[in-house]
Design a protein around this ligand. Sequence first.
Ligand code: CA
Length: 540
Amino acid sequence: MHRAHPALIAALLCFPLALFAISPLPADGPPASSGWRHDWARGAVFYEVFVRSFADSDGDGIGDFQGLTAKLDYLNDGDPVTTSDLGVDALWLMPVFASPSYHGYDVTNYEGIEPDYGTLADFERFLAAAHRRGIRVILDFVMNHSSDQHPWFVESAAAPASPKRDWYLWRGDDPGWTQPWGGANPTWHEKNGAFYYGIFWGGMPDLNFAEPAVRAEMKRIAKLWLDRGVDGFRLDATRHLFAGGPGPLQNDQPETHAFLRELGAYVRSVRPDAVLVGENWTETAAIAAYYGSTAAVAGGDELPMNFNFPLAAALVLAAATGDAAPVAKVLSEMAEAYPPGVIDAPFLTNHDMFRTATQVGSDVGKLRVAAAALLTLPGAPFLYYGEEVGLENGPGSDDRYKRTPMPWDAASGFTSGTPWFEAAPHRERANVAAETGDGGSLLAHYRRWIRLRQRLPVLAQGGLHLLSSPRTSSPLLLFERGSGAHRLLVAHNFSAAPAEAAIALGGVPVFLDGEGRARRSERGLEVSLPPYASAVFALE
Ligand code: CA
């Protein structure tokens, strides 16, 4: 997969013995490479897709791989010159392994594609079509638990003497634990006269990661999909892999960190250019711990990317309220807690949250500044499908209302048949067809900011130095990106009123959104931003 550099080949031909003498392979442990080689992910823009809701090719009302493949040019047509595509660098596919549920977070076969979505051949054609356009693809890997209909669990539950008994967690009595995030739902469930552990619900029994055969099996499955060509995994519920007791002992256990180190080393040995993105829905300091040691492995020896839940909440709160201080507060805490050089995974909302448009009342100004802020942050920002056209939540609290069909147009663009679930409100205005070709639309705004990120390597890959106060309410979020001679100043106005700031720095505007203005004076850079506008300056 990696073509050797001609000079290296020459060196190997001329000095094979000398080279082997100075670089002996380790006797055990990861062979050829012990470090990550996924610099492609630093600064990349990811797009989360729910295949069931994206595009239906055969009229059965269910999105599928042929439908997704047909829409790839919308996401990225592979031509950097065109500006009619969104321009994302990578896709995260929500679960696509075989599953009895609509969402797929309870897997019955980790090696096979969900038949609703097509065949393995359909998946492989999709993957090849994505790669031809330069789009990387990561899969949701739900290893914390399986479906209770998975053959492993059926066998495990059948009898205490079953060879698969220890693949899950069993005991004779119910210890009365409840879910660690609150409420009264139990985490031990009765079956055939014994109790098994399932942190989410009885239909999702947790696998026992203390069992070496389970760890070996999950690594084998990871390798299977990496060998099939996927570029990494989004790992579901990683902070719950081990449970050491009731309440918070069901989160963030030392054994969990140890297993993630083991998994990280294994994935690096198989595909050092792969990424692992952890779902650890918790506070900044606890998330930071999931990178592991950057001294042992550059980028982190556990999960080299982790979703930034506190920053997501702060970005949407800032857009909703007009006060940027919550964002500055999280950025300031990250500067303290995050190891140097790691890749953050910021986002606004995902499939478990009320959509941004609904949280801000579909105010286009608020959606614009939230998007611009997200797309000027370090790391790999993740968009949730439909967010780029202002897709709202459906009118209910059921998770399906967060995962409604993609609004390709005002009518039936998702399917020629009956959609598997009802469309969200206001698709007559918030849809791809209506916003394509309208330079003032939210979709055009997303396209412009993604293009800018790709045009300015410092915006994609540079570090962040916060200029805003994390303690003082302000409509403005101000930060620098990059260092030395390559620095950018980024300013976002989260409020409904114009905002001004004087910054004691010299610079020139490189991107002014919404008719923002900047002039140089004896005070430095005087920035004036209309409501919900953003600006980027090259600092001198
Ligand atoms: Ca279909």
